[in-house]
Design a protein around this ligand. Structure first.
Ligand code: NDP
Length: 288
């Protein structure tokens, strides 16, 4: 079998970018997608359209999957006989929970296939660029066997054997990503309400959203459980958030997001952490 040969199942925006990277890299690419028309462009560029899920699976040792969630993964894989999966390595680059990733790995193992779980850390245009990375977990031997084909897409950050680990790291990242980016979007609603265009505020937004100093300062303190309020306190943070809520309300913008943050700070103060650092909220949140 041509070593530069791979099957790709799923042609959403991410799958389209992956297909493009494989075709650019000279790969013999077989594709399958639930809505067949979404494969037309990559087929026009030289990809082979599999007539069935079974044909897609049996075309190559390595099967890359990029789908909305693991319900979609199962909906597709269950269309093929188990014999089509035996001996395959499924690089499942679909996001979902760690539990679902472990469930799928066990399901595939029962059918003689190996799952490599992946959590892609870049948007579709980042696929194939040098700085792009994917969290991977699963058997090292399977990752090494397919390293060249996986590296066509992104770099490999192999976290360990547990198939849920890549999904866990990915979801921890998404926890920061969505709440952080929503904070940005909310702040831009306040800026717009006050006649400040997003582009005008951009340099200030970039500076404010660069949390590197804080992350490096707090990480060792978090691990040590050292929440002393020598630099910041929850009482100070709550006072600051009250100013934010009042400014947001005066701007005619929905204040539910900073109000939710203020409520968490107040819970921390009520729990006796008023003179402790922001990081003491980890203890409060973990009590849930
Ligand atoms: P999409 O949700 O657009 O993926 C759609 C793909 O899933 C299509 O191939 C679609 O088929 C298929 N699909 C959905 N439901 C089913 C089903 N029930 N049965 C069969 N096929 C189904 O996601 P993206 O392409 O944007 O991303 C793919 C994965 O990559 C996701 O898990 C996403 O979280 C992750 N990711 C995405 C990033 C991004 O910026 N887009 C960034 C990092 C990771 P059809 O064409 O027929 O609808």
């Amino acid at each position: 079998m041509n070593p530069k040969s791979v099957t790709l199942i799923g042609l959403g925006p991410m799958g389209q970018a992956m297909a493009g990277a494989y075709l650019d890299g000279g790969y013999d690419l077989t594709v399958w997608n639930r809505t067949p028309g979404r494969a037309d462009q990559v087929v026009a560029r030289g990809a082979k359209r599999a007539a069935s899920v079974e044909a897609a699976l049996t075309a190559n040792d390595l099967v890359v999957m990029s789908l909305t969630d693991y319900d979609a993964v199962f909906a597709i894989l269950e269309q093929a006989p188990a014999t089509a999966l035996a001996g395959r390595t499924v690089a499942n680059l679909t996001s979902d929970t760690p539990g679902r990733a472990r469930e799928a790995a066990a399901w595939l193992a029962e059918r003689g296939a190996v799952q490599i779980t992946g959590g892609v850390q870049v948007p579709p245009p980042g696929i194939g660029t040098p700085e792009a990375m994917t969290y991977y977990s699963g058997p090292a031997v399977a990752i090494e066997a397919h390293r060249p084909a996986l590296e066509v897409l992104t770099g490999i950050d192999h976290l360990g054997e547990d198939p849920g680990l890549a999904a866990l790291y990915y979801q921890i990242g998404m926890d920061m990503f969505w709440t952080g980016l929503l904070g940005y979007v909310h702040a831009q609603a306040v800026a717009r309400a006050n006649g400040i265009p997003a582009e005008q505020f951009l340099p200030h937004a970039v500076k404010t959203m660069d949390f590197r100093y804080f992350l490096e300062f707090y990480a060792p303190r978090i691990d040590a459980g050292a929440h002393q309020g020598d630099v910041d306190t929850l009482t100070m943070g709550a006072a600051s958030l009250e100013h934010v809520v009042h400014t947001v309300e005066a701007s005619g913008v929905d204040a539910s997001l900073p109000a939710a943050a203020l409520a968490v700070f107040r819970r921390g103060i009520a729990a006796g952490h008023g003179q402790d650092s922001l990081t003491s909220l980890i203890e409060v949140l973990s009590r849930q």
